[in-house]
Design a protein. Structure first.
Length: 578
């Protein structure tokens, strides 16, 4: 790594740390050993919110190498002994090596919303002030103590006037599950740490080695933007699949897979990821053993496809990396919707500058010409959702910029039927285009349900049987649902059909709490139940998931509070009540 000269680097470190950017470090020779300093003790602190100098809330004893969970900030306290002439100025920083590899400087990058997302970094901490003096807590050095400092979102410590003394420094750190470039930290990986300054690396009388642990149900990464249904999709053998980006700062498309019911997740076929990035409007569907994806960027619309593990000839492989579908003029907000028919054909809808556009794809991969919906009729359109119903009829709902919602069917010939107005009480802001939830289709009685968030935050629903006239509006919940959390342009809610009933997960406005509501056997909505109250949820998407014991649950992935960053995606389940 090439570094700036000392004076410039220290100025950059101070300036960039204030903005949460990667902080530069002074010049050092990683292969050199600064014999006048030694790391003599360390201790990992599990409570990220503990006071700087409290002798409590430790993850283990002094000198104990402990497991550290991904995407969960922690702190490490280090004791360094110097053997210098009195008053010698020093500024230390950390270096790390991953799985015994080359040593690298440890930079600063905020969590969960950084300007860059390295595999491990120094982060902010609000429990103490930058440079706050430390007390003598670690028993490693016999030299006199001279206070070090607490470090906050900076790669280097404040200047320490050393001598034949020792001091202590405490760093807040995070190890990310997925980092820039789709780098993955896997369970069992190790990060060895050491202290360095401009003379080189201090010797390690003790060696801190952090072992990566990935909590059950943790995906990490970040949601694709403005998503329609995106999974988790289940293969016939029970494997689960979900699409994510590794980080807000690294917009590449990843397919992650779980073979153990959602407890652990790993990327599959990462070497053949699609090249198209800018994951703005995104939707997926399943046809047999393939997950299809429609993806709108600022310039183009792309199709991607991934074979699941039950594919007979090419399992767990990207089968379509980047297939160009269309290049419409840029819409105000990128959107996409996708549905599959029983013969393997696809129906795709995506955004245009004023209206939404429709194309179909034959089973052998040929795209039709483009149909612009409501081309000669207002209002401006966006927010499409699709689902396939009886006899391969595709149901489509979408929003208007004037607060209206609309519904129509698309026949097997690809032609749209007449539209029906669902509501005129949606929000009218740019962030309200996604006010309609994923559509719910109940095959038993050929019923399509359109669930939508009104401008007042409440969820309502209307039903169509066999594509006929919409029925009366029904109350789903009077709790207020978040809209456009972290620039999602959508209602913070999801909807699915499960065993003949409708289910909704939604995020309460202002609290971030996650709730579940469902219809009973008679089709009536029941009171919502709280699923998670210790989170600031911001996205949620789910599908029916069959457990190993044969029961079917509402399996979902939600962002527990990344604030538009990454590292907070988790898997959960709702077990339906009988």
């Amino acid at each position: 790594m090439r570094h700036a000269p000392l004076a410039l680097a220290l100025a950059l470190a101070a300036g960039l740390a204030a903005t949460g950017d990667l902080a530069a470090t002074p010049t050092a020779s990683p292969g050199n050993s600064a014999a006048q300093c030694a790391l003599t003790a360390f201790r990992v602190r599990s409570d990220f919110e503990a006071d700087l100098n409290v002798d409590a809330d430790w993850a283990g004893a002094t000198g104990a190498n402990v497991p550290v969970a991904t995407d969960q900030p922690f702190r490490i306290r280090l004791e360094v002994e110097a053997d210098d002439p009195e008053g010698t100025p020093r500024r230390f920083w950390l270096q790390y090596r991953h799985n015994g590899g080359e040593w690298s400087d440890l930079s600063s990058a905020e969590f969960p919303y950084p300007l860059a997302a390295p595999p491990i970094s120094v982060v902010a901490n609000e429990e103490y002030d930058p440079g706050e003096a430390t007390t003598d807590l670690l028993a490693g050095s016999g030299a006199p103590f001279r206070a070090g400092a607490g470090v906050v979102l900076d790669s280097t410590t404040p200047t320490w006037n050393s001598g034949r003394v020792h001091g202590e420094w405490e760093w807040p750190l995070v190890i990310r599950r997925f980092a820039d470039g789709a780098h993955a930290n896997e369970a069992g990986d190790t990060y060895e740490l050491r202290v360095a300054d401009t003379s080189g690396a201090c010797t390690n009388a003790v060696a801190p080695v952090l072992t990566v642990a990935v909590p059950d149900g943790h995906l990490g990464g970040t949601f694709v933007e403005t998503p329609g249904p995106i999974g988790p999709w289940q293969a016939s053998n029970g494997d689960l699949y979900f699409v994510i980006e590794p980080a807000e700062t690294s917009n590449v498309l990843m397919m992650v897979k779980s073979t153990d019911g959602g407890r652990s997740w790993h990327e599959v076929d990462g070497g053949n990821r699609p090249a198209a990035d800018d994951l703005e409007g995104f939707a997926t569907t399943v046809s047999g053993d393939t997950v299809y994806m429609l993806h709108q960027t600022s310039d183009d619309v792309w199709l991607h496809a991934f074979n699941t593990s039950d594919h007979p000839t090419a399992p767990d492989r990207w089968s379509v990396r980047d297939e160009l579908v269309a290049s419409p003029p840029e819409p105000p907000t990128q959107v996409a919707a996708l549905a599959a028919r029983s013969d393997g054909s696809l129906v795709g809808v995506y955004g245009g500058p004023e209206q939404i556009h429709l194309k179909t794809r034959t089973p052998d991969g040929q795209w039709s010409g483009e149909t612009i919906l409501d081309a000669d009729t207002g209002p401006r359109l966006s927010g499409p959702m699709l689902v396939t119903g009886r006899d391969d009829t595709v149901h489509l709902a979408y929003t208007g910029h004037d607060g209206t919602g609309w519904y129509r069917t698309i026949g097997t010939d690809g032609q749209p039927g007449p539209r029906q107005q669902v509501t005129d009480r949606l929000g009218t802001g740019e962030g309200d285009i996604g006010s309609i939830l994923p559509l719910v289709y109940l095959p038993r009685d050929d019923t399509l349900m359109v669930v939508y968030r009104q401008a007042d935050g409440r969820l309502r629903e209307r039903r169509s049987v066999a594509g006929g006239p919409l029925g009366a509006e029904r109350v789903v919940t009077d709790l207020h649902v978040v809209q456009n959390a972290v620039d999602s342009d959508q209602a913070g809610a999801d909807a699915i059909a499960l065993d003949g009933t409708a289910h909704v997960l939604f995020i309460e406005n202002h609290t971030g709490r996650l709730f579940h509501a469902a219809t009973d056997a008679a089709g009536e909505w029941q009171p919502a139940s709280l699923q998670a109250d210790d989170v600031e949820a911001q996205w949620v998407r789910g599908r029916p998931v069959r457990r190993a014991d044969g029961t079917t649950v509402y399996g979902y992935v939600f962002d527990a509070g990344s604030n538009g960053g990454s590292g907070m995606n988790r898997f959960g389940e709702v077990v339906p009540t009988s």
